[in-house]
Design a protein around this ligand. Structure first.
Ligand code: GDP
Length: 422
């Protein structure tokens, strides 16, 4: 079998516009819902005298069974197109969605925006679009959904397309390059095959649009970064830091530097799944034996890199944040804990530069006095001790962070700029 390239796609859109139904439809068309389950429902549908076997029936049954606690193996939410193996990132709760997107718990390469043709642009439509854009997702596919509700009329589609285009333009998307597709998740129009109900439409199907996405930029070509999770001292071997390669390539024989510790050593061996390997790539969880470094020199939160392009130790950094939940307000001087890669460092808010409109990303207020739940803002943070963090546009996985305090995630953010420590 051909090796398919992997891509993560986030499904966004206002509540009730049909996101989960669309996910079900995509899995169904891709053959990911087990045949025996479909067979069972087809029989039930016949017994109940339903003339045609409808997809909505399958979706309802799946939902019912999920609610009764019966697990069905559609949970992995992966499916294949001709070109890609696609992992779907769902946005169940609005707040979880924002947190996951920003902290990179789910790094999306593209977004699929689902819009109900009748209700069209709503609050979360705007907010998700803005967030996707600011999180660096620059590929989007727009599904004007529930076309069955308007008898597949082109004028209804055009009206909604126009409204969605407006908000996409507002946040800087190039609308001419974005596919807009009239769909019905219920009836399966223009998902895998072109629909006969929309003869006026001659653009791609959803599967074709997914295949036309550009593959994600490879972190292999970026500088080496391995955030350290743990450090072991193994007798007869030596010091073995453990971590996941986030970017770049590590080879046996390489010189490495650990920052902010500032110590250097030479890689004698690399191990993954108890096997010795000559080199490690992004995504690999490895232990690597380093000569010239003792266990006490390196700790969790340090980042390994090559000495000619070392991990950036910062004096302060400028970030875009979204306040997810704070019982009162964030002001200058507030010092919660920033969680970035494997580091946890108390950082002080030293400047509140701008408050942003959460729907458009435009500046709403310069130098605000405080930030409350729901606010998006540009701020400057100063770590209370040396810390490695990178600009999100340089090395995305090292440029996102969560702000925690009082046992909860107060805010999530990404680094726009850094002042390296002199
Ligand atoms: P979500 O909140 O965005 O995930 O929306 P759901 O997938 O739960 O769908 C919300 C409602 O719209 C449900 O009652 C669905 O059955 C219905 N729905 C979803 N897709 C379609 C569609 O293509 N046509 C019609 N008429 N209804 C749909």
């Amino acid at each position: 079998a051909k090796e398919l390239e992997h891509i993560n796609v986030v499904i966004i859109g206002h509540v009730d516009h049909g996101k989960s139904t669309m996910v079900g439809r995509l899995l169904y068309e891709a053959g990911e819902i087990p045949e025996h389950i479909i067979e069972k429902y087809r029989k039930e549908a016949q017994e109940k005298g339903k003339a045609t076997f409808e997809f909505a029936w399958v979706m309802d049954k799946l939902k019912e069974e999920r609610e009764r606690g019966i697990t069905i193996d559609v949970a992995h939410r992966k499916f294949k197109t001709n070109k890609y193996e696609i992992t779907i990132i769902d946005a169940p709760g609005h707040r979880d969605f924002i947190k996951n997107m920003i902290t990179g718990a789910s790094q999306a390469d593209a977004a699929v925006l689902v819009v109900d043709v009748v209700d069209c642009v709503q609050a979360q439509t705007k907010e998700h679009v803005f967030l996707s854009r600011t999180l660096g997702i620059n590929q989007i596919i727009v599904l004007i959904n529930k076309m069955d509700r308007v008898d597949y009329k082109q004028e209804e589609y055009d009206k909604c397309k126009e409204a969605v285009s407006k908000i996409l333009k507002m946040v800087g998307f190039k609308v001419d390059e974005i596919p807009f597709i009239p769909t019905s998740a219920y009836n399966g129009d223009n998902i895998l095959k072109k629909s006969e109900r929309t003869t006026w439409y001659n653009g791609p199907t959803v599967f074709e649009a997914l295949d036309a996405l550009k593959p994600p930029e490879k972190l292999v070509d970026k500088p080496l970064r391995i955030p350290i999770q743990d450090v072991y001292s193994i007798s007869g071997v030596g010091t073995v830091p453990v971590g996941r390669v986030e970017s770049g390539i590590l080879k046996v024989g390489d010189k490495v530097i650990f920052n902010p510790a500032g110590v250097t050593g030479e890689v004698k061996s690399i191990e993954m799944h108890h096997e010795s390997i000559p080199q490690a790539e992004p995504g690999d969880n490895i232990g690597f034996n380093v000569r010239g470094v003792s266990k006490n020199d390196v700790r969790r939160g340090d980042v390994a890199g090559h000495p000619d392009n070392p991990p950036t130790v910062v004096r302060d950094f400028t970030a875009q944040i979204v306040v997810l939940q704070h019982p009162t307000a964030i002001t200058v001087g507030y010092t919660p804990v920033v969680h970035a890669h494997t580091a946890q460092v108390a950082c002080q808010f030293v400047e509140l530069q701008k408050k942003l409109d959460p729907r458009t990303g435009q500046a709403k207020e310069e130098n605000p006095q405080f930030l409350k739940t729901g606010d998006a803002a540009i701020v400057k943070l100063q770590p209370t001790r040396p810390m490695v963090i990178e600009k999100v546009k340089d090395i995305p996985p090292l440029g996102r962070f969560a702000v925690r305090d009082m046992g909860m995630t107060v805010a999530a953010g990404m680094v726009l700029d850094v002042t390296p420590r002199g």
